[in-house]
Design a protein around this ligand. Structure first.
Ligand code: DHE
Length: 847
């Protein structure tokens, strides 16, 4: 068959194949778009299935690791509500991933990623994110999502079980955190203390401030108290099962040790003492508690443990035994030691407020630049960072034996103020600005020119027997007539007046405030009034008038705490005349940034003022008979000079180098240091007291802030040279924290306070020493509130005035012969009375 031959069978078969080909092609053409349409949704389905699986995995992880904080289904509990619109709207998946990976520092949210020490793989974190993202569509609007518990009615127990039981045990028995039940260290702490711990989170415990409302924190504390067997700290203490030596030891511990140590409550200034009796023998502990420094010299183990800080407690042997019994009873708890918590960032406004509080309350003892003086150096690098916020808060609240006032417990600083200061002193101190003569002159206000003042007294009262009473926190001075006890005037002098001095004639009172403002008050007008004011410093504590014959009421000197300078003013108008810088290296040649003028006295024999230069350790002599009032001599004494006064002759200036535990004696006639006498811990004489001891003749005396002791030094180099400038008598005072003592040439007694004791009852007492019997006559309560502080006699020397330093202040007046109370001045105007200065006694330096 040829090419052109027609074969019908072949034709049919070919057509059939072609038809199938077309059909096949048609299906192929159709299948492609259908595939294109169906494929993505299948992919989505697959992805959705995969996501579901991931989310299910995430749910399991969340329920086992996150739900206890964030609640089932992430509705929030002690951790934020993560199912909320607010959270899910604010974070991307990547951010959520990061939060879970790294945690949120300072909160309970730890890092979960294995890369950061957690246990989650990247896949598990992705699964948790997937689970949380799954709530997005139905996410509730929850403005309080960060503090979800604030919206609940949970009681203290439920809150405790939810937030605390994991660490402290379901029955408060302790777990990774200390036990909190009956007889635990915490059961002896105050409610306030526990609240602070919950709020701020000591050591490794997280802060719960942003978790609970104040009411909820109260409820938790209430629950703890019920579980501890009482409803308040004091009830808890009395309900405790401690008895015998342990109970006595508990009281001693609370008084002497609790400011620095807890038992199971974490590290404060000193270590947590939970379990200490398991690792140390009783004998070892005994020697340590009595005097760790001395013990460290004898025992190598103690030497290794001693890092300074803790000084001899002054406790008796039996007290120490009781404390050890208490430590045993209370320290069955095993607590991991906690690292100090560092400072938080303060806003500008908070920083300013904190520095103002520091300036008002702390700078006097610790220095504006915190390099230390009467109190220790508290710069971040040498102390405060080591103690941490919680520890500092405790110290500020409870005080320390040895003079650090209990600012919180005494109600002077609030919890918030204490928190601010605790953070402030852990960062570098700001340097305050200078103040030059031009600026000082600008502040000068001559209220009544000399020509307009009376030329003779207008008052019919004995103005020489007026007593100026400082109303510290009211910024006022009350002038009270000591004869009639009538309040003659209350004068607004300005911020926190510190002392008053009298002009040589006594006519003018000169007040100096902590803000450096000097105020001159004329006592000859019918009612005493301000005649001039000026500000020579930003911070000051001392002022004095020229007193030598020919210079009466001529000049006034103000010594500054800041800037480091002294300023001389005209003695009748306060016109500023000169400013002199006193910044110089200390007696050992060390460069200083801060030198403060401490006590100033005016000689009655030479035209000089004598002043202690605190940080540099020099006593400086300023000659006011010379033009320009130069500093003519600097006498090496010792570091941290503070207060002081004249001996009975007015030749020797005796001043406390209080951080050296010494009195320094300067012969102002020869302008030489004649002695440095060790008297006791932190002597604080005020101006001191002079009398004739039956055995040793003339003596000068001081009490101490750091120990309960009255020390007499011989002060009669001519009549009793063998005892001159040596300790001749030491008398025990029941209580530390004594600030002032006083006697009078007509008196047989020496009066003293214990105003800064950290035992409340002791701050209320006065003690009286009998010059004749050479022993303490008696101590008694002068008030049931406030700190009883500072004494002054009336002009005749037969009545003694003492202040009750309190918002509801009082002046108690005693008959000096019989030691009985004869008057008590009260009134809502009598706010925080402190120093009192009788015109005659102050002008003539009678003390
Ligand atoms: Fe005074 C005297 C400094 C705290 C009340 N006080 C002095 C003197 C100095 C001084 C340098 C001596 C002045 C003189 O004679 O020229 N005082 C300081 C401080 O640096 C310190 C420790 C802390 C501070 O921040 O001020 C301090 N002083 C206090 C108080 O807390 C007292 C009790 C009440 C208050 O005013 O704040 C207080 N200081 C007094 C008084 C005198 C005094 C009443 C004068 C005593 C006298 O009889 O002359």
């Amino acid at each position: 068959m040829t090419y052109h031959d027609y074969d019908p069978e072949l034709e049919k078969s070919t057509n059939r194949w072609m038809a199938w080909g077309v059909v096949l092609l048609f299906f192929l053409v159709l299948a492609f778009p259908v595939y294109r349409i169906l494929q993505p949704s299948q992919l989505e389905d697959a992805q959705a299935a995969q996501s579901e699986e991931l989310a299910a995995q995430g749910e399991e992880i969340f329920n086992s690791s996150c739900a206890q904080c964030h609640g089932g289904e992430a509705t929030g509990a002690i951790g934020p509500a993560l199912n909320s619109e607010q959270f899910l709207g604010a974070v991307t998946d990547l951010q959520m991933h990061q939060l879970i990976s790294t945690g949120v520092p300072g909160t309970l949210m730890v890092a979960y990623s294995a890369d950061f020490g957690g246990t989650f793989t990247q896949q598990q974190i992705t699964a948790t994110v997937a689970y949380l993202r799954g709530f997005e569509e139905t996410a509730p609007d929850f403005p309080d999502w960060l503090k979800p518990l604030s919206q609940t009615d949970l009681n203290g127990e439920e809150l405790y079980q939810m937030a605390c039981s994991y660490c402290h045990g379901i029955d408060l028995e302790g777990n990774i955190g200390p036990a909190l039940g009956a007889d635990s260290g915490v059961s002896f702490e105050s409610d306030e203390f526990i609240e602070i711990q919950i709020r701020t989170g000591p050591g490794e415990m997280p802060a719960f401030e942003d978790v609970f409302t104040d009411g909820q924190i109260d409820d938790i504390v209430g629950y703890l108290r019920v579980e501890q067997g009482a409803t308040s700290a004091s009830q808890a203490s009395t309900a405790t099962t401690l008895s015998g030596a342990a109970a006595t030891g508990h009281a001693v511990f609370e008084q002497e040790c609790a400011s620095c140590h807890t038992i199971g409550g974490g590290v404060l200034v000193g270590p947590d003492l939970a379990g200490i009796t398991d690792v140390r023998e009783d004998e070892w502990l005994h020697a340590w508690i009595i005097d760790p420094e001395a013990f460290a010299e004898l025992d190598s183990d103690a030497a290794a443990a001693y890092i300074g800080g803790m000084s001899a407690t002054g406790l008796s042997d039996s007290d120490v035994d009781d404390v050890i019994a208490y430590l045993k009873a209370a320290s069955s708890i095993d607590v991991p030691s906690a690292a100090p918590d560092g400072p938080r960032d303060l806003s500008d406004a908070e920083f300013t407020e904190a520095s103002q509080i520091f300036f008002n309350r702390c700078a006097g003892c610790h220095g504006a630049l915190r390099a230390g003086a009467t109190g220790p150096a508290i710069q971040p690098e040498d102390r405060t960072l080591e103690i941490g916020t919680a520890g500092i808060q405790t110290i500020l609240t409870k005080g320390l034996p040895g003079g650090m006032p209990a600012w919180g417990d005494s109600g002077i600083l609030t919890e918030d103020e204490i928190e601010l200061v605790a953070n402030f002193i852990q960062v570098e101190a700001p340097t305050p600005p200078p103040l030059d003569l031009a600026e000082i002159t600008e502040s000068w206000n001559l209220v009544v020119p000399v020509a307009d003042r009376p030329t003779e007294p207008e008052t019919t009262l004995d103005w020489e027997d007026f007593t100026g009473v400082i109303l510290r926190d009211a910024g006022q001075v009350a002038i009270i007539d000591a004869g009639t006890k009538e309040t003659v005037a209350i004068i607004d002098t300005g911020f926190a007046v510190h002392i008053l001095r009298s002009s040589a004639t006594g006519r003018y009172f000169i007040a100096v405030g902590r803000d450096g403002r000097v105020t001159m008050i004329d006592l000859w007008t019918e009612k005493p009034e301000i005649v001039a004011q000026v500000q020579g410093c930003f911070d000051a504590r001392s002022v004095e008038a020229s007193k030598v014959e020919g210079f009466e009421d001529k000049f006034i000197i103000e010594g500054c705490y800041w800037p480091p300078q002294y300023v001389v003013f005209d003695g009748l108008t306060l016109e500023p005349l000169v400013v002199h810088d006193i910044l110089s290296p200390d007696i050992y040649g060390k460069d200083l940034e801060e030198v403060r003028v401490a006590a100033i006295v005016a000689s009655h024999f030479d035209p000089v003022w004598v002043m202690g230069l605190k940080e540099s350790g020099y006593v400086a002599i300023v000659d006011y008979s010379k033009p320009d009032f130069p500093l003519v001599k600097k006498i090496e004494a010792d570091l941290y000079l503070h207060d002081g006064g004249w001996d009975h002759t007015g030749r020797y200036f005796i001043t406390a180098a209080n951080a050296q535990n010494k009195l320094m004696v300067i012969d102002v006639k020869t302008q030489e240091l004649v002695a440095g006498v060790e008297t006791g811990k932190v002597p604080h004489p005020g101006r001191g007291a002079n009398w004739q001891d039956p055995e040793f003749g003339w003596v000068y005396a001081t009490t101490h802030i750091g120990e309960g002791k009255l020390t007499l030094i011989g002060a009669d180099p001519e009549g009793n040279p063998e005892h001159a400038w040596k300790v001749v008598r030491e008398i025990e005072i029941p209580g530390t924290g004594s600030l002032f003592l006083k006697t009078h040439p007509n008196s047989q007694w020496v009066w003293m306070d214990t105003a800064l004791s950290n035992v409340a009852e002791e701050t209320h007492q006065v003690c009286v020493y009998s010059i004749e019997k050479m022993e303490m006559e008696k101590c008694f309560e002068a008030a049931d509130h406030g700190a009883v502080v500072h004494f002054e006699y009336n002009k005749a020397g037969d009545e003694v005035w003492v202040s009750v330093w309190d918002k509801d202040g009082e002046i108690v007046i005693y008959d000096d012969a019989t030691l009985t109370e004869i008057d008590r001045i009260t009134g809502d105007w009598l706010i925080t009375p402190t120093g009192k200065f009788n015109v005659f006694n102050t002008a003539n330096d009678i003390y």
